[in-house]
Structures are given as structure tokens and as C-alpha cells.
Design a binder for this molecule. Structure first.
Ligand code: SAM
Length: 326
């Protein structure tokens, strides 16, 4: 069992069935329909455009507010580094942190296999990682829900190969099959529920080229055997957190700032079950402890299925006498 600070993974040996019943039930019927549609289209190998019916997520309220109040601290939430803290973030330290973290993330992604042609970043914030993506990829697109964050990033990442776009928080304003890779860090952890993430994975599938890869950071957990009762407690706790968030959002919308930052944890098996259903393969969870903090950061890596390769995959021949399988 590993349990470290803000990012942690609890490993165990068995999935608790109720956990999945809960999550299956918590996905909106709309996203279930979208999922079914995506699967049908993938089965017939047609190009499929995700039809955005989902409303912008409620969490946009706090992120718009954070961007106005203290964007750098909202992104790198380190004690005392608030605007009014003892040691507020200075731009050069903030971007140095991005440089160091990207070195660690990039190394792991390169080992998995990536094409340096292009990358889309979801939730780019002030451009901490975007500036580094611009050095590793020929073309970069970056999206965020907040106009203030995008303005900050644009000023600090003045690279002609980088384009910034505002998104609603559930869709990607990017053409079908147009990017080779998708990256996101410290964003999926702030969604209200798995349905928001599932919509994004559908969108990622739509914009990626066949064989393109994704690397998405998300806190991940897995219950040890016979800990079913803890799952029920977790669900009750989540409902309480949902209720508190809705009260705080009402206050924020009325002009009273609240330091609200949701934290969503993902069941490990969710990625291995959902992503193949949405048309991804080679799903891998990798935990990276960046040298900047030493905090374990779980990432999921996956690849959009390449149907052409699949259809033309050579069938294995019988080994000839004397040939050894290794
Ligand atoms: C903690 S910051 C991380 C910024 C950046 N990824 C980094 O690591 O430096 C989270 C960012 O995600 C954005 N965000 C929040 N919800 C989002 C959503 N549903 N879709 C896209 N961006 C979102 C916020 O506006 C904010 O800029």
C-alpha cells in the first residue's frame, strides 16, 4: 500500500464488485448512450463526431474564480505560495517547476511511444507545461475553460507553433483525427464525477489520429480485498463533498470567493474497462514521482486503436522445425 500526500494509490488484490455497480450507476444515461453510439460507430469503423449535449461542468464556477484570484497558486498549490503568502510564486520559479516536471513526464511518455508531430493539452492553465510542450512537439494546441488562464498562458508562451482555444469544459474545439497526442496534468482530478472524464475520453478519441496516444494524470485507487464497507463510506463521503461543493458554488456565483477545489479519485479498473470500450488499446497506468516534489503522480497512457493495422495484422504461422519462440 502506498499512501503519500495529495497523490496516492492504494493497491490491493481484488476489485470490490459494488464499487463498479456504484460507478456504473453514477454515469449519466446520456454518457452511456454516447458510449454505446461510439462503440457502434467504431465497430463499423465510421468517423464519429461526438455530439456535445452535455452542459458545461459545474466545476467551471470555481476555476473561473481561481483564475481571477490567484492563478499560479491554484495551479501549483504549495503552502505559503499564495499571492499574499510568505513566498508567493514568482513567474520564473513557476515555469521552472513546469520544465522540471515535464522532463519526468516526457521521459515516461517517450518510453511508451509518442509521435513528436503534434500535441493537444487539456486544461493548460497559465501555460506551465504548454511552454515545454512547444519544445517537444512541432504543433501544440492548448485548451482551457478560463479566459484569464488562457490570457496568462498566451503572454507567457509566445510561440507561433502554439494555439490556445477556449473550451466549454466537456468538449474539444479541435477537428476529428487531427492530433497525434493528447496530454493533461492536474485537471481530471478536479472533475465532479467520472461522467465528465468519460466525455473527455470520447472527445480525445475523436480528435486523435489512429494509433495516437494519450497521457492523462488522475488520482487512482484500488481497494484491498474485503474492504467493501469502506467503499460504502467513500460513497457517503463523496455525496457530502458534492453537497458542500454545490453550496460553495452558489456563494462563489454570488461574488463570495470560496477556496473550492474538488478532488475526484478514479478506480484503477475503470481505466482498464472503460478505455478499451471507448476505442483505446495498450492501456497502461504509470506512477511518476517528479523530482520537484517526490509526490507519486499516477498517469494513464493509452493509444487510439489502429483499425488499419488491426485488419492487416499478419496471422502467426506455425513455428518451423528448429525455430524457437522467445
Ligand atoms: C490545476 S490547474 C492545472 C494547469 C496545468 N495543467 C498545469 O499543470 O500547470 C487546472 C486547470 O484546468 C482548467 N480546467 C478546469 N476544469 C476544466 C475542464 N473541465 N476542461 C478544461 N480545463 C479545465 C482550469 O481552468 C485550470 O486552468
Amino acid at each position: 500500500m502506498v499512501f503519500t500526500g495529495r497523490y496516492y494509490v492504494r493497491t490491493g488484490f481484488r476489485t470490490v464488485n459494488t464499487l463498479f455497480r456504484h460507478f456504473a450507476g453514477s454515469l449519466t444515461s446520456e454518457s452511456a448512450v454516447e458510449g454505446a453510439l461510439a462503440r457502434t460507430c467504431m465497430a463499423s469503423q465510421q468517423s464519429w463526431k461526438f455530439d456535445m449535449k452535455t452542459k458545461p461542468p459545474a466545476s467551471n464556477v470555481e476555476w473561473e474564480a481561481w483564475a481571477k484570484r490567484d492563478p499560479l497558486f491554484a495551479i501549483a498549490t504549495v503552502p505559503d505560495r499564495e499571492k499574499e503568502g510568505k513566498q508567493p510564486w514568482r513567474e520564473q520559479d513557476f515555469f521552472k517547476l513546469g520544465e522540471s516536471d515535464w522532463e519526468d513526464f516526457h521521459e515516461a511518455w517517450t518510453r511508451y511511444g509518442l509521435d513528436p508531430q503534434s500535441c493537444l493539452e487539456i486544461g493548460c492553465g497559465a501555460g506551465r507545461i504548454t511552454r515545454q510542450l512547444a519544445r517537444s512537439f512541432r504543433q501544440v494546441d492548448a485548451v482551457d475553460i478560463s479566459e484569464e488562464m488562457l490570457a496568462y498562458a498566451l503572454e507567457n508562451v509566445p510561440d507561433k507553433h502554439v494555439s490556445f482555444h477556449r473550451c466549454t469544459g466537456a468538449d474539444l474545439p479541435i477537428d476529428d483525427s487531427s492530433v497525434a497526442n493528447v496530454f493533461s496534468c492536474h485537471v481530471f482530478q478536479h472533475f465532479d464525477d467520472l461522467a465528465v472524464a468519460e466525455n473527455y475520453f470520447l472527445e480525445i478519441h475523436r480528435v486523435l489520429v489512429e494509433g495516437g496516444s494519450l497521457m492523462v494524470h488522475a488520482p487512482i485507487f484500488c481497494w484491498p480485498m474485503a474492504f467493501e464497507r469502506f467503499e460504502r463510506m467513500r460513497q457517503v463521503h463523496k455525496r457530502w463533498q458534492d453537497w458542500k461543493a454545490s453550496v460553495n458554488r452558489t456563494l462563489i456565483a454570488a461574488g463570495m470567493f470560496r477556496p473550492l477545489m474538488r478532488r475526484l479519485e478514479y478506480p484503477l479498473e475503470w481505466f482498464y474497462r472503460q478505455l478499451p470500450k471507448l476505442g483505446f488499446e495498450n492501456v497502461v497506468v504509470q506512477i511518476i514521482a517528479p523530482k520537484s516534489s517526490g509526490d507519486p503522480h499516477p498517469f494513464v497512457l493509452a493509444r487510439k486503436m489502429n483499425w488499419r493495422l488491426r485488419n492487416s495484422a499478419p496471422t502467426l504461422t506455425e513455428p518451423q522445425p528448429g525455430q524457437a519462440w522467445v
